[in-house]
Design a protein around this ligand. Structure first.
Ligand SMILES: NC(=O)c1ccc[n+]([C@@H]2O[C@H](COP(=O)([O-])OP(=O)(O)OC[C@H]3O[C@@H](n4cnc5c(N)ncnc54)[C@H](OP(=O)(O)O)[C@@H]3O)[C@@H](O)[C@H]2O)c1
Length: 322
């Protein structure tokens, strides 16, 4: 097990350094087609969680600049309002709205979903971006480990509750989940809340991101007749407040080599704009292309069989019926 873990981290480090940094983006961007990003999407409604900062902010701005109506879901009203007015003035798009909701709380997501659903608008794009890497084992007031609560349970609950509005936008609806290449280091595990005494936030984050990728695959299968596409993606390594706070030494050691938030959000926007026929529902994307879900010899692929029982647990934690 020790050797396998070491292999996964080493393979991830090398692959990441070559591909996930700014130079990886510049290299991959040689194959990008400018016309892919020129579509205007007036009349389309997009929700972006964690939209006040970093990749979520850049994604919300990118969608607003192409004419979409954007609902920014942020946990803090002041930070949300500041980001909203910046996006409105940068894009000239007044159809940008703030929704305050803490994604670590199933109760708050349910209230948000219930209020928002009364607007009865079709949702064309849901971007599950809100996320964090917390090193300490913090338990939320609802009793869940914090990384899991935001990255996994929040993503699950938000998506499931938005399904009726996404169905209204079918067959053009899509759910884009901002996962992470960090998931390459972790197999899928049923130990969702990292029980035991050796809590490791970095590993828990990788496990959470692995769940997001496997869940996306599962959603694509479960809801294949609903006209909704499900995509997970990796933004690369971008210089954001989240990275500076959670991984200060990583951030310092790669100073000048990290992507901008806009570069990190590029594939989110690309996934939102492409005709659905070009995309593979359930797939994992990186730099505008489908990417592998597993690194060679990392022995993580068989673990995806655990997703059914994980979905059962998430359904039960969120008290949503099947
Ligand atoms: N940057 C990278 O290199 C990188 C690499 C791989 C994956 N990612 C993923 O990209 C996503 C965005 O991260 P980022 O790097 O842009 O970091 P960031 O700047 O810290 O942005 C994270 C966003 O999520 C929000 N958020 C956190 N907890 C929340 C909660 N409980 N309820 C609602 N919103 C919450 C944050 O709000 P506050 O401002 O209120 O905290 C912020 O808006 C995350 O899912 C992250 O895992 C990032």
């Amino acid at each position: 097990m020790f050797l396998l873990k070491t292999w996964r981290s080493t393979a991830f480090g090398v692959y990441g350094y070559l591909n996930f940094t700014k130079s990886g983006f510049l290299e991959h961007s040689k194959k990008f087609k400018a016309e892919d990003m020129q579509t205007q999407i007036e009349g389309k409604n997009c929700i972006v969680t964690g939209a006040n900062s970093g990749i979520g902010y850049a994604a919300a701005e990118g969608l607003a600049s192409r004419g979409a109506t954007v609902y920014m879901v942020c946990r803090n009203k002041e930070r949300g309002e500041a980001a909203l007015s910046k996006i409105q003035s940068a894009t000239g798009n007044k159809n940008v709205y703030l929704e305050v909701c803490d994604i670590s709380s199933v109760g708050e997501i349910k209230s948000f979903a219930s209020n928002f659903s009364s607007k009865d608008v079709p949702i064309h794009v849901l971007v599950n971006n809100a996320g964090l890497l917390e090193h300490k084992r913090i338990i939320t007031p609802e009793g869940y480990e914090l990384n899991f609560a935001v990255n996994v349970l929040g993503t699950y609950t938000m998506t499931e509750l938005m399904l009726p509005l996404l169905e209204k936008a079918a067959p053009d609806a899509r759910v884009i989940t901002v996962a992470s290449g960090g998931m390459y280091t972790a197999p899928l595990t049923k130990d969702l809340q990292f029980s035991g005494n050796n809590f490791d936030g970095v590993e828990q984050y990788a496990r959470n991101k692995r769940v997001q990728v496997a869940l996306t695959e599962k959603w694509a299968e479960m809801y294949k007749t609903k006209g909704i596409g499900f995509y997970s993606m990796h933004p690369g390594w971008a210089e954001t407040l989240g990275v500076a706070k959670s991984l200060p030494s990583f951030s310092q050691s790669l100073s000048g080599k990290l992507r901008t938030s806009e570069e990190g959000a590029d594939t989110v926007i690309w996934l939102a704009l492409q005709p659905k026929e070009k995309l593979v529902s359930g797939a994992f994307y990186f730099d505008r292309a489908e990417a592998p879900k597993h690194l060679k010899f990392a022995a993580t692929s068989a673990s995806h069989a655990a997703i059914d029982s994980i979905v059962d647990s998430l359904r039960s934690f969120s008290s949503l019926s099947s």
